[in-house]
Design a protein around this ligand. Structure first.
Ligand code: F6P
Length: 349
């Protein structure tokens, strides 16, 4: 191959720039030119007024300048148009017209589905699992997960310091979509006492009982870490009625529960000043950790080598600490296994 493309898609993840840098270095080494495709799959549709806003020749020197920065230089997006077969066909034609013979796709499972479609249309793609969520079953770690956990660990430690100063329990909400791995690892690495995840059904009463017990046993600053996707796994509880009866304002029947409301419920159930913090984008906009930077480096290099050897339709992952690759379809078929043993340990010790 003489020319390849690279794109980042879905939510940005720490390490995406580092992976693009690794791709750029390997492409230069093997004498291939590299096209950066902007804003995920949107760039392949070439809808912008200027082509540079969709696809741009990547110069290694420019890339070296941004490799250490958080976020993604190529920009990213979730491209709904790409769900339409006629749009994917249009994209494949644009890619061919640009002389791009293969693409490195850095993103999560939605991005992988886009890559698989492009492969079916004759454009070889190799995926690098760029997402903080760690929700891809075939790999031990996704790119960005380690950094996100480090970020949450730092933030939860800060929350616990203030909780300790005031003898107040805290609720910290972390990301992860339908995956509880960020919450679980954050608890394990900070000593947070209660972990709530989407994978395990839970009830507010059970959480309140545990928190009240911790407070009664001399730990008035315990921390609850809740994964953003865990609300769907909550046993039904008329929490709006519970809060309204206690004089809490602006709680309407169609309001959905969140960590602020959970903190209020726990405050009333345990008679304690419980405070909630939503960690949000602090988890995504970080400099990649050493682990993520290493993974990005190896994955970027392997992706270029696969394309160079005509091996498309693959995704890269980590198994037993080593970088490997496997077919996209096979990777997407694997079922995630939640680490129930660690979850039980965190919640019982
Ligand atoms: O997939 C990464 C992620 O941060 C999820 O954890 C979260 O649910 C989602 O993206 C948030 O997306 P947005 O970029 O739309 O805020």
């Amino acid at each position: 191959m003489r020319r390849i493309g690279v794109l980042t898609s879905g939510g940005d993840a720490p390490g995406m720039n580092a992976a693009v840098m690794a791709v750029a270095k390997a492409a230069r080494y093997y004498g291939m030119s590299l096209i950066g495709i902007k804003r995920g799959y949107n760039g392949t549709l070439c809808h912008s007024r200027n082509i540079e806003d969709d696809m741009v020749e990547l110069d290694l020197d420019t890339i070296l300048d941004i490799a250490d920065l958080p976020g993604t230089y190529l920009r990213t997006a979730r491209c709904l148009d790409f769900l339409k077969p006629e749009m994917r066909m249009h994209a494949a034609n644009n890619i061919r017209e640009m002389g791009i013979e293969g693409i490195v796709v850095i993103g999560g499972d939605g991005s992988y589905q886009g890559a698989r479609s492009l492969c079916e249309l004759g454009i070889p793609c190799v995926g690098i699992p760029g997402t903080i969520d760690n929700d891809l079953a075939y790999t031990e770690n996704t790119l960005g997960f380690d950094t996100a956990v480090n970020s949450c660990m730092e933030d939860v430690r800060a929350i616990r310091a203030t909780s300790r100063s005031h003898d107040r329990p805290g609720v910290a909400e972390v990301m992860g979509r339908h995956c509880g791995d960020i919450a679980l690892r954050t608890c394990a690495s900070t000593g947070a006492e209660i972990c709530i995840v989407p994978e395990v059904p839970w009830s507010i009463q059970e959480v309140a009982d545990r928190l009240c017990r911790l407070i009664d046993n001399g730990n008035p600053r315990a921390t609850v870490v809740v994964a953003e996707g865990a609300w769907d796994a909550m046993h039904p509880f008329d929490w709006q009625h519970f809060l309204t009866e206690r004089g809490v304002k602006h709680v309407y029947p169609d309001t959905t529960i969140n960590s602020e409301y959970l903190a209020l419920i726990l405050k009333h159930k345990c008679s304690a000043e419980v405070r909630a913090t939503v960690l949000g984008y602090t988890q995504r906009g970080r400099h990649p950790s050493a682990y993520d930077s290493w993974f990005a480096f190896e994955a970027g290099n392997l992706a270029v080598n696969l394309l160079r050897n005509g091996i498309g339709n693959q995704v890269i992952g980590i198994k037993d600490g080593r970088v490997f690759y496997m077919p996209i379809t096979m990777a997407l078929q694997q079922k995630r296994e939640f680490d129930l043993a660690l979850y039980n340990l965190v919640n019982s010790l």
